[in-house]
Design a protein around this ligand. Sequence first.
Ligand SMILES: NC(=O)c1ccc[n+]([C@@H]2O[C@H](COP(=O)([O-])OP(=O)(O)OC[C@H]3O[C@@H](n4cnc5c(N)ncnc54)[C@H](OP(=O)(O)O)[C@@H]3O)[C@@H](O)[C@H]2O)c1
Length: 200
Amino acid sequence: MKKPFGIIGAGNIAQTIARHLSKAGYSVTISNSRGAESLKEVVADLGYGVKAAAAAEAAKSDIVILALPWKSLSSLPSLTDWKGKHVIDATNHFISYHPDFQLADLGDKTASKIVQTYVDGAMVVKAFNTLFYKILEKDPREGNGRRVLFLSGDDANFKNEVMEVIKSIGFAPVDLGSLASGGRLQQARGPLATINLIQL
Ligand SMILES: NC(=O)c1ccc[n+]([C@@H]2O[C@H](COP(=O)([O-])OP(=O)(O)OC[C@H]3O[C@@H](n4cnc5c(N)ncnc54)[C@H](OP(=O)(O)O)[C@@H]3O)[C@@H](O)[C@H]2O)c1
């Protein structure tokens, strides 16, 4: 049986990922800070296999995807006991959007290393963060190729699992290595941010 996903967030990137997952037969619980009632229409639009719940409920899922604003990360520790949980970090460290697109000051850390401190003890893979959602929502199959999704992480088993999920939704995974080195390439304004590649 396919593992259920929970998504913390229900906006552009969360809906895009949920749509791909549901098409491939995964069940997905999306969430926001305002409760499931506020997501009725969104869920109806996303279709089969997608439901809404409180963020704490979504955080109980086997695999939890973080798709919330950087400024909201501080709400994560109280959602669940993150020890040993499997987390996909799709966030970017923007603290403002159009027209400034300001980034948080990370010091010498990578964005995902900081995210890891909010989900203490979880295994974290960074993925789904490099493409604008309007690109990510397109059919990943182009001609004879597949759209590339980069990922990085420190737990080999979980990273392999995420690679299989990425393949199952039609994309081509490219493993960039550890969360520290790969994450730096993937994160906002890193060399691979916004790069849209097709693997032939
Ligand atoms: N948009 C893109 O193309 C894109 C691409 C890659 C990565 N990202 C990253 O993905 C993240 C989300 O971006 P987005 O564009 O999807 O933003 P968005 O459309 O503004 O959606 C943000 C979602 O997070 C929810 N949220 C906010 N605070 C929350 C909290 N404390 N607990 C649970 N849910 C919360 C919001 O709902 P409520 O405010 O109602 O709670 C909303 O559903 C950001 O870190 C962004 O940098 C975005």
